[in-house]
Design a protein around this ligand. Structure first.
Ligand code: FES
Length: 205
């Protein structure tokens, strides 16, 4: 099969596989590289991961479809994920989600026509003490009220920040946090993917 990845990501893939006694164990980081390369996990990328790991395409697909953070469709530049599990729901998460949908013009589970936003509801992010919580490109904000959610969407649309920082968003749009003594992160996300420096998805704030 003709590789669909850049030379840089192919090098990353080769180095990753070499770290494992069994190359099939590299399936998850390889799927992450596929996401970095294409913005989501394409069918061709899954076939490529299968070839690299010795798994079948069906086995690779079963991993990619089990973990919801592997996207199977194109994602907007800003992935806005609103927690609607019990603690956040009790603290008004439905109103936050409705405000986000309205301000972005993007319904839950959809991507905006111009590709700026994808909006989704998610299960508990582990920030129940700071409910309601949401994440932009997996960078977390706690204590978000509907009006602040609207302001966040306007900020993303107008300022188009290249690096999404949890700390910056918390100051601008957040409220009560789970732990005020939480460790400050010097890096943020530069794509609608978790910020992992070895994979090139983290940027200095
Ligand atoms: S219920 Fe929303 S972070 Fe736990």
């Amino acid at each position: 099969m003709i590789p669909t990845w850049s030379a840089e990501n192919q090098e990353r893939a080769t180095a990753l596989i070499a770290q494992y006694p069994e190359k099939r164990s590299a399936v998850m980081p390889l799927l992450y590289i596929a996401s970095v390369e294409h913005g989501y996990v394409t069918d061709d990328a899954m076939r490529e991961v299968a070839e690299l790991t010795g798994l079948t395409a069906a086995q690779v697909q079963s991993v990619a479809s089990f973990y919801t953070m592997y996207r199977r469709d194109p994602v907007g530049s800003y992935l806005v994920s609103v927690c609607t599990s019990i603690s956040c729901w009790l603290r008004g998460a439905d109103d936050v989600l409705a405000a986000i949908e309205d301000e972005s013009g993007t319904l839950d589970g959809e991507m905006s026509e111009n590709g700026t936003f994808t909006v989704e509801h998610i299960e508990c992010t582990g920030a129940c003490g700071g409910a309601p919580a949401l994440a932009v490109n997996w960078e977390l904000i706690e204590g978000v009220e509907p009006d602040k959610g609207r302001a966040l969407i306007r900020w993303l649309r107008d300022a188009e920040p290249e690096t999404i920082s949890a700390d910056e968003m918390q100051v601008l749009f957040g409220g009560q946090r789970s732990f005020e003594w939480g460790v400050s992160e010097p890096e943020g996300a530069i794509a609608p993917l978790p910020a992992f420096a070895p994979y090139g998805t983290a940027g200095e704030v």
